[in-house]
Design a protein around this ligand. Structure first.
Ligand code: SAM
Ligand code: SF4
Length: 337
């Protein structure tokens, strides 16, 4: 990505530990057409409209971040593509000098992929946990595999490059599909990342500790079939990437439990209620909705708050799968993955 780099603006977002925040993930809705077992409870209470930021408010925050030196924005959720009017926001963000990314479950891509590309989205991450219809249904509760596969094809057809699949791996549920998912990714020319489940929100569907499947276990399973070569790619996040000698596809592992990445952390997140989260695994936050609604249109005030919020970024987080009361009570659909 060279055309939209935010080179002209000096980054003013530096925390107490000298880490520069260059990457913002914006959750644009807490709602979703799926109910993945690791992300949501079956019956979810979603936010009332008055508590949700308008698309204009979300754009104001994005622009303020960019003016402070952020060069990468990811839209997530919930399912970002089910938010009403999302294409209007994408169009505005597409004109900012940042890399614009979306994480999606893929269900809306058959009808939207071409438009997203045209409006300036640079890259897509598409979640795919299983290639078997019945298993896919059990994991997503309401998802349809054929729709997602069609969405992946639509994204390729639309000309998206470096599409990345995301798969959360649960022991006994889909860990037997890891090699099939890699074969699928290789065949389509996509990258794939395997994610360890994180204890965000209290769920009853399964015991997170029992179904924990470490990236190291997956690595052992994959290497005899696809020897993995170290890659120099750094993300400032929990992902580590590997190459294969005979394919352009990369394999990543997101290992919040087994790999500490806090010292390189370059990102913050905002929930759709406007809560700026300074760390995925901690509750340190700032209420930007209050700032936006007390000072409408005052970009400078907003920017001063963003700069001040950096002091709240904690040094690190700890996840404990055996802790029955999760340290972080928000579900992933609130946080934005
Ligand atoms: N709905 C979109 C999707 O599924 O791609 C975007 C939001 S979703 C919360 C973002 C990512 O977080 C998805 O790849 C999902 O699999 C992952 N995720 C959700 N809950 C998780 C959890 N408890 N632990 C680890 N990853 C999780
Ligand atoms: Fe929806 Fe994404 Fe959460 Fe699944 S992981 S329930 S698709 S927000």
């Amino acid at each position: 990505m060279t055309t939209k780099q935010n080179n002209s603006i000096e980054n003013q977002l530096v925390d107490r530990f000298g880490r520069r925040v260059e990457y913002v993930r914006l959750s644009v809705t807490d709602r979703c057409d799926f109910r993945c077992v690791y992300c949501m409870a079956e019956e979810m209470q979603f936010l009332p409209r008055s508590e949700v930021l308008s698309l204009e408010e979300i754009y104001s925050v994005a622009r303020a971040f960019v003016e402070l030196g952020v060069n990468k924005i990811r839209l997530t959720g919930g399912e970002p593509l089910v938010r009403k009017g999302i294409l209007t926001l994408v169009e505005q963000l597409g004109q900012l000098p940042v890399e614009l990314l979306i994480t999606t479950n893929g269900s809306q891509l058959p009808g939207m992929a071409t438009e997203l590309k045209r409006l300036g989205v640079d890259r897509l991450n598409i979640s795919l946990d299983s290639l078997q219809e019945d298993k896919f249904k059990r994991l997503t509760r309401t998802g349809r595999l054929s729709q997602v596969l069609e969405g992946i094809d639509a994204a390729i057809e639309a000309g998206f490059e470096r599409i990345k699949l995301n798969a959360v791996v649960l022991k006994g549920r889909n860990d037997d599909e890891v090699l099939d998912l890699i074969a699928f990714a290789r065949n389509k020319g996509l990258d794939i990342t395997f994610i360890e489940e994180m204890p965000l929100g209290a769920i009853t569907e399964h015991d997170r500790a029992e179904m924990y499947c470490s990236s190291d276990e997956l690595f052992e399973k994959i290497s005899p079939v696809y020897p993995l070569l170290e890659s120099v790619d750094k993300t400032g996040g929990p992902s580590r990437y590997y190459r294969m000698a005979d394919s352009h596809s990369k394999i990543g592992f997101i290992s919040p439990h087994s790999h500490n990445f806090c010292s390189e952390c370059n990102r913050v997140r905002m929930t759709v209620e406007g809560r700026l989260l300074l760390c995925l695994g901690n509750e340190h936050s700032m209420d930007l909705r209050q700032v936006l609604r007390d000072h409408p249109g005052e970009t400078e005030v907003l920017k001063q708050h963003l700069i001040k919020a950096m002091d709240l970024k904690p040094e690190e987080h700890h996840f404990d799968l055996n802790d029955e009361t999760p340290q972080v009570v928000r579900f992933m659909n609130m946080t934005g993955g």
